[in-house]
Design a protein around this ligand. Structure first.
Ligand SMILES: Nc1nc2c(c(=O)[nH]1)N[C@H]1C(S)=C(S)[C@@H](COP(=O)(O)OP(=O)(O)OC[C@H]3O[C@@H](n4cnc5c(=O)[nH]c(N)nc54)[C@H](O)[C@@H]3O)O[C@H]1N2
Ligand SMILES: Nc1nc2c(c(=O)[nH]1)N[C@H]1C(S)=C(S)[C@@H](COP(=O)(O)OP(=O)(O)OC[C@H]3O[C@@H](n4cnc5c(=O)[nH]c(N)nc54)[C@H](O)[C@@H]3O)O[C@H]1N2
Ligand code: SF4
Ligand SMILES: [Mo]
Length: 729
């Protein structure tokens, strides 16, 4: 007998509502939920592979401990927690709490209560060392938000926008940046049929760029110049929203001055695009100025964020929106309203700039410190290697895969092996787990209850996140973990450690968009004797939700709630403004103008980032049906291949100034010439994959130095637009 249950796919932050088919207690199939009012049956191949993930024969079902031969023995989870707790205790006693760090990766979206508990655990022991993948992703977003400020009423609506600029993101594939996550391809198509002009800035004619009204196929790394060029045209042709700028924006004169060198001819030459197209893009983008309820957006992805100057690019994106006044006004509908996060009054006013960097917590290297984006993950390996007070000696890796994902793989390899204690929470033996002292397998997503709160509360992080309707859903656990298994929910692992270490944990409730307005004092202390359930934690996390969780639980599947609101007027006498002339950003813009192209003549190609539809970073390639290759091809323009005498499937060496990998070349006419476009998070640990490139692929992170070219605030190194040399093996 097949039962069907509505559930939430949590492989990626889109959080699609799905139907889980269960036979004899086993997940057999996942389909879209056609009755869901928001997702309307949408799924992707990764979500449809949830049964393969849950029933995978290689799934870890018992904890592992490293033995003296370097192999692993099975260990009971309670014993693993005893041992890890006492080792942590000893490390803290000898070296202090800063010696213990937690790194949370993208798998955290599958178990949304875990991050709060992990943070609370670290606070309990007194360690500030909480790291996430955010700072090796798009940390420029947080820096730019802080420097520019936010609009209290949120973003313009995708459904009524006249123009939409996507910079180095490919929402059709990534479902994370650029366009709403509920079937981004369809949402884009519908918007275009309605008349929205899509402008894409990407060195590749991506699945998204194929739909563009204007595709500026610029050189990678030139986003600050291209965005400054758009501002130059808009400001000099006086297409901007003068009333809005006068009322709600400061720094306009500075911005105007600093974009002057970026005239269309200069930008066109520099980025290798057409000046006419750039001018047209600026005019098309600005065409909705003054039309209430219309507007447009600029939305950036990993491309610009990984090509240095990510913060500046994000900032110029905000400047484009603010000089055009593209923010919801009084009487407009609130986009991305809160449902499982607290109610708030959306007002047509600025949330002025705030401190976004140079936070008191310092790293010991490269003068980096914590920022609004978190602790600089690109420097965590250094913190493990650099001896002296504060050295990190224990790492708990929560749903992340540093060996595949961190920049400078060789350094990461050395650093992780240097640890006294590495604990990895993952459901299969990843490259990182291979180096662990303990591997703790979790319950998988459909074995635990969840709500859509996490997706909702990430809404400020990009146009693909959050829901642009008052939508929410709750799903209970759908299946039990496999019989005989001893798997531990991630939060319960931290709870188990805390119990043994005499700590009291809490769960902080989420406050969503308005967390930028006032910090939320609601703390949920956990009962450290009688273990709470995951549902109890969801209750705490949603305790100040606009729509009570109990209400959301009444509905099977997702629902759009009747809490839609309109934007309220500005508070009388309110003087806060958005800032488009931040000093640091303007100085960086001047510096970009003075920059000349890198003089690395020996490295004539640029390696750029890209995502594959069937995997999520290092996750999923073993399970998704139809993921035809086990490796990550090195895509190149056919003419470049011909010039090098290369054919599809040839093995090549790709060398950067830092290191070298092998790759399997594949023709891709959608690229500019001079590029190698390659997905990350493939390959094996150093020394294991050179002759297995067709089986496991290659690790692009190995080509990256964390010390040579990096963002001085967040530490993110250049992980796209990497100079490389290519030759046949
Ligand atoms: N060169 C280069 N490097 C990059 C990038 C790039 O484009 N180029 N991209 C960067 C970006 S954007 C990111 S976000 C990072 C990603 O960095 P990471 O998050 O560290 O890497 P992932 O491969 O996403 O690792 C996620 C892990 O979570 C596990 N997982 C999945 N579901 C669950 C679950 O329910 N529970 C637990 N416990 N584990 C689970 C998966 O098996 C996988 O091992 O990589 C960054 N690194
Ligand atoms: N299917 C799938 N979905 C995913 C993931 C996945 O691995 N697979 N990963 C998830 C994660 S962790 C993240 S962070 C998001 C990322 O989501 P996106 O940011 O949308 O990621 P990509 O699809 O790689 O798009 C990046 C684009 O930037 C372009 N690019 C590279 N360098 C530059 C540059 O210097 N300038 C400009 N303008 N463009 C450039 C590339 O050609 C590419 O098209 O996706 C998430 N969703
Ligand atoms: S887009 Fe993300 S949430 Fe939706 S089905 Fe695919 S993996 Fe799951
Ligand atoms: Mo990411």
């Amino acid at each position: 007998m097949t039962e069907t249950h509505s559930a939430i796919c949590r492989i990626c932050p889109a959080y699609c509502q799905i139907i889980a088919h269960v036979e004899d207690g086993k997940l057999t199939k996942v389909t879209g939920d056609k009755d869901d009012p928001y997702f309307q049956g949408y799924t992707c191949p990764k979500g449809r592979a949830l049964p393969e993930q849950h029933n995978n024969p290689n799934r870890l079902l018992h904890c592992k401990v490293r033995n003296t031969d370097g192999g692993f023995d099975t260990i009971a989870s309670e014993t693993a927690m005893d041992e890890v707790a006492s080792k942590l205790q000893a490390i803290i006693e000898q070296h202090g709490p800063r010696a213990v760090a937690v790194y949370g990766g993208t798998g955290q979206v599958s178990s949304p209560v875990a991050p709060s508990v992990a943070v609370s655990f670290l606070m309990g022991i007194g360690s500030p060392m909480h790291f996430t993948s955010s700072t090796i992703d798009q940390p420029g977003k947080h820096i730019a938000m802080a420097a520019h400020g936010l609009w209290n009423a949120g973003e313009v609506s995708f459904d009524s926008a006249d123009s939409w600029i996507v910079v180095g993101a490919n929402p059709v594939i990534s479902k994370a940046s650029g366009a709403p996550g509920n079937n981004p391809a369809k949402r884009l198509k519908d918007a275009q049929q309605r008349g929205m002009a899509l402008i894409v800035i990407d060195p590749r004619q991506t699945e998204t760029a194929k739909r563009a009204h204007i595709h500026l196929q610029a050189k990678p790394g030139e986003d600050p110049a291209v965005l400054a060029g758009l501002l130059h045209v808009i400001i000099n042709e006086e297409l901007h929203d003068k009333a809005f700028v006068a009322e709600d924006v400061e720094g306009f004169a500075a911005l105007k001055e600093h974009v002057q060198p970026y005239n269309p001819d200069y930008v066109a030459e520099r980025a290798d695009i057409s000046a006419e197209q750039l001018i047209e893009a600026a005019r098309v983008y600005a065409a909705a100025v003054g039309k209430q309820g219309r507007g447009g957006a600029v939305t950036l992805g990993t491309g610009p964020n990984m090509s240095l100057h990510g913060s500046l690019s994000e900032y110029l994106g905000y400047c484009l929106m603010s000089v055009c006044g593209y923010w919801p006004r009084e009487g407009d509908t609130v986009t991305k309203p809160n449902v499982l996060t607290p109610a708030y009054v959306a007002k047509a006013q600025a949330r002025p700039p705030y401190k976004g960097w140079d936070y008191p917590e310092k790293m010991r290297v490269r003068n980096l410190s914590k920022t609004a984006s978190g602790m600089p993950t690109a420097a965590l390996a250094d913190e493990m290697l650099l001896e002296g007070e504060g050295q990190v000696r224990a790492l708990i890796c929560l749903a992340g895969n540093p060996m595949m994902a961190w920049p400078d793989q060789a350094k990461t390899y050395k650093a992780l092996q240097n640890l006294d204690l590495l604990v990895v929470l993952d459901h299969h033996m990843t490259a990182t787990a291979e180096l662990a002292h303990y591997v703790i397998p979790p319950k998988l997503s459909l074995e635990t209850p969840a709500t859509t709160q996490l997706c909702e509360s990430n809404k400020h992080y990009g146009y693909g996140l959050g829901f642009d309707q008052p939508y929410a859903s709750y799903a209970p656990a759908i299946v039990e973990p496999p019989e005989g298994s001893d798997v531990v929910e991630e939060w319960a692992f931290f709870y188990g450690l805390a119990q043994r270490m005499g700590l009291t944990l809490f769960v902080a409730s989420q406050s969503g968009w308005d967390k930028f307005q006032e910090s939320d004092p609601a703390f949920g202390l956990l009962d450290m004797e009688n273990k709470p359930t995951t549902d109890d934690l969801h209750e705490i996390l949603t305790s100040n939700a606009r729509v009570p969780l109990a209400e959301v639980k009444k509905h099977r599947g997702g629902k759009i709630y009747d809490v839609q609101e309109t934007v309220q007027p500005k508070d009388p006498g309110f003087e806060g403004k958005l800032c488009v002339g931040n000093d640091m950003m303007m100085a960086e813009l001047d510096e970009v103008y003075r920059e000349t192209e890198s003089a690395e003549q020996d490295y004539p190609f640029k390696l750029i980032c890209r995502r594959l539809n069937t995997v999520i970073n290092s996750g999923g390639r073993e399970i998704v049906k139809g993921s035809t290759k086990n490796y990550n091809p090195a895509f190149m323009h056919p003419a470049d291949m011909e010039a090098l005498g290369l054919q599809d499937g040839d093995e090549i060496n790709i060398s950067s100034p830092h290191n070298r990998i092998r790759g399997i070349v594949e023709a891709d006419g959608s690229l500019r010439r001079g590029l190698v476009s390659m997905p990350h998070a493939f390959g094996g640990n150093p020394g294991t994959d050179d002759d297995k490139v067709r089986e496991v692929g290659s690790n692009t992170g190995r080509l990256v130095s964390v010390e040579k070219r990096y963002d001085p605030l967040t530490g993110i190194p250049q992980m796209s637009n990497i100079p490389v040399r290519v030759n046949r093996c």
